[in-house]
Design a binder for this molecule. Structure first.
Ligand code: C2E
Ligand code: C2E
Ligand code: C2E
Length: 91
């Protein structure tokens, strides 16, 4: 991608997130619920989050942002376009 490309949107699939076992998804479930509560955004099937939130979640999960991104994509809770958000900074 070119330097002028906008960063991809990071979109969590909230329905899918409820289906992932909570021993894996618990921290992300709590994080997403906190954002929903702060926004007063309770009825969405998806939740757009900040680029910074992915970095924060990587610290919480003790993973690099790119590894965590792959994990969330494999659970089906994050859109695959999100890869572009971490590719640039890992390079
Ligand atoms: P804040 O960061 O001081 O943002 C205040 C308000 O600015 C937000 O109220 C929202 O109306 C707007 N805003 C800030 N950044 C963005 C953005 O990137 N996109 C859009 N569309 N609007 C933005 P809101 O939504 O009621 O959120 C209240 C507070 O809840 C925020 O205060 C922030 O502290 C927290 N929050 C909400 N969503 C997120 C999130 O996705 N990630 C994080 N880290 N905090 C969030
Ligand atoms: P989009 O970003 O592709 O989002 C498509 C639809 O996904 C949204 O339709 C909404 O139903 C859902 N969605 C995405 N993120 C969230 C979220 O964090 N919470 C909830 N509850 N639903 C979400 P909607 O609302 O009709 O918006 C249509 C389009 O309008 C969006 O497409 C986007 O391009 C624009 N838009 C809506 N809200 C914002 C915003 O806060 N900031 C910006 N920049 N664009 C927005
Ligand atoms: P968006 O609303 O389309 O915002 C795209 C980008 O514009 C944000 O990426 C951020 O870099 C910048 N931006 C938009 N509004 C503000 C603002 O009020 N203050 C600042 N400092 N920057 C702003 P980012 O942070 O990665 O957020 C991605 C998407 O996550 C946003 O798309 C929005 O859909 C959602 N989001 C993030 N924070 C909030 C929030 O506090 N409240 C709500 N309602 N949505 C948020």
């Amino acid at each position: 991608g070119g330097a002028a490309e906008p960063p991809p949107r990071l979109v969590l699939d909230l329905e899918r997130l409820t289906q992932v076992p909570s021993e894996k998804a618990g921290p992300l479930q709590r994080y997403a619920a906190t954002i929903q509560s702060q926004r007063g955004d309770y009825n969405g099937k998806v939740l757009s989050i900040r680029q910074d939130d992915l970095r924060t979640l990587a610290v919480i999960y003790d993973q690099s942002p790119s590894i965590l991104t792959e994990q969330l994509i494999s659970w089906g809770v994050l859109n695959s376009d999100a890869r572009r958000a971490v590719r640039d900074e890992d390079a």
